[in-house]
Design a protein around this ligand. Structure first.
Ligand code: DLL
Length: 433
């Protein structure tokens, strides 16, 4: 039987939801106008005032916000509440090390955890469950978000955080964990490792997994479901909008329901900004409706996606988004971490290398591989292997510091990386997603 955490919202009639969204939008716009001078200025430039926004049909009148705005306003410029009312930040990596920092009041955290609890209950979680959270804890939102949701449902929560595969497997087996939350690539890796230990699906106590933060294919879902003997559910979110739980999958496992009482979704043409009709592929844009500390109106996610309002067999009436199909910027997600090529370039250039490099990403045994080929300058070029290895290690250290994940660096002779006649091909992404 389908389980809901907040059925009055998840299964609300269209009219009730629309009415709630209208009311909340008017309030959120007023809150931003009164408290976020950065956005108020944008509204003034566009000639819009809160009086022009009476409901969601007026949404298109508001200006967009982009990641660049977040960078310009870094760190405090988009806050809707004084610091003393905020209780936490989370953060994500951004270009050239400038991070996006999102702020939360206690109320924001409470609503965010509700969204994650909805995802867990849609995956069948009850207070009988043992929920192992193997997303990273810390500045990343994955650990904290699912941890909070798991508490709200009343699961016994195992805050394992990411990594340490041996210990993950030990806890899953010893504590009989029934729900696993982590990135899909880590779930696949855990599955492989358990298989190597001789564990078959029926010897693994897990029954469901909540996997997100990066793109994953239907084939990967099948793979994970078979090796772990579970149902694998997708979850979507981004730090700017609180974190995981903006949208979540239900028993139908076909697209994610957007928590529309907290976020309005639009699809736009990424080139013109024009709003596209439902069912058309374009860039996903979100407007928060209930956020206090970090309200964002018409925030461009850069995720390419499709929305549908087809009736869902789970009983939820919340609109659905398809799995994101890529991005309209150059951000890569490698092992769940957001990486911009410009960050890599900054490390290379700071270390005296030319901007002739190639980033090669692949997925081997369900884990992302991350190689960076870099040309040496003629002055650096040597046949002393020891020297080259030392340089490679040094660059690998620099990249790890900048990105928070490890890359494999290969230094190559000057002029060996193919030059392009048009735009340089910096990234070769061989992953089939
Ligand atoms: O990845 C939040 C999250 C944590 C979501 C745990 C789900 C589970 P960021 O690090 O800010 O936040 O990255 C956000 O990741 O714009 C998408 O491009 C991508 N992304 C997130 N979830 C999915 C998903 C977290 N289910 C960026 N499928 C987003 C595909 C996803 N891409």
């Amino acid at each position: 039987m389908e389980r809901y955490y907040q059925p009055e919202m998840e299964c609300a009639s269209r009219e009730d939801m629309k009415k709630l969204q209208d009311e909340r939008l008017v309030k959120q716009v007023k809150h931003v106008w009164d408290n976020v001078p950065y956005y108020r200025k944008k509204m003034e430039e566009k000639g819009v005032t809160p009086a022009d926004i009476r409901g969601i049909e007026d949404l298109h009148k508001l200006p967009f916000l982009a990641k660049d705005d977040l960078r310009q306003a870094y760190p405090y410029g988009l806050m809707g509440k004084p610091l003393k009312e905020c209780v936490r930040i989370h953060s994500t990596s951004g270009t050239t090390g400038k991070r996006v920092v999102a702020f939360y009041t206690q109320h924001d955290i409470d609503l965010w955890e509700d969204c994650c609890a909805r995802a867990l209950m849609a995956a069948g979680a009850t207070e009988e469950d043992v929920c192992q959270v193997a997303y990273g804890y810390g500045l990343f939102t994955g650990g904290a978000g699912l941890n909070g949701g798991s508490h709200k449902v009343g699961c016994l929560t195992v805050p394992a955080s990411s990594g340490n595969t041996e210990r993950q497997i030990m806890f899953i087996q010893d504590l009989q964990a029934t729900i696993l939350c982590c990135t899909p690539s880590y779930a696949a890796y855990l599955g492989e490792s358990m298989k190597e230990l001789g564990l078959t699906a029926d010897q693994i106590p897990l029954k469901a997994g909540i996997f997100g933060a990066e793109a994953w294919s239907e084939e990967m879902r099948q793979d994970i479901q078979n090796t772990l003997g579970i149902k694998a559910y997708d979850i979507y979110g981004l730090t700017e909008l609180s974190g995981p739980g903006v949208a979540f999958e239900c028993s139908e496992q076909r697209g994610m329901h957007i928590n529309e009482d907290h976020f309005i979704a639009e699809i736009i043409d990424p080139n013109t900004g024009e709003v596209l009709p439902e069912g058309t592929k374009g860039e996903l844009v979100f407007t928060s409706l209930t956020k206090e500390a970090f309200p964002l109106l018409r925030y461009r996610t850069r995720d390419i996606c499709v929305l549908t309002r087809e009736k869902c067999s789970c009983g939820r009436t919340l609109i659905k988004m398809a799995k994101p199909m890529g991005r309209s910027d150059d951000m890569l997600i490698i092992r769940g971490v957001n990486v911009f090529p410009s960050q890599i370039e900054a490390v290379l250039i700071n270390a005296g290398y030319p901007a002739n490099y190639q980033i090669i990403i692949d997925r081997v045994k369900n884990t992302d591989t991350f190689d960076v080929e870099v040309e040496m300058t003629p002055e650096m070029f040597t046949d002393n292997m020891g020297e080259i290895k030392a340089r490679q290690r040094e660059l690998e250290g620099g990249l790890r510091n900048m990105l928070g994940i490890s890359a494999h660096v290969v230094l190559v002779a000057p002029k060996t990386i193919v030059r392009s006649e048009g735009k340089a091909v910096r990234v070769i992404d061989k992953r089939k997603i």
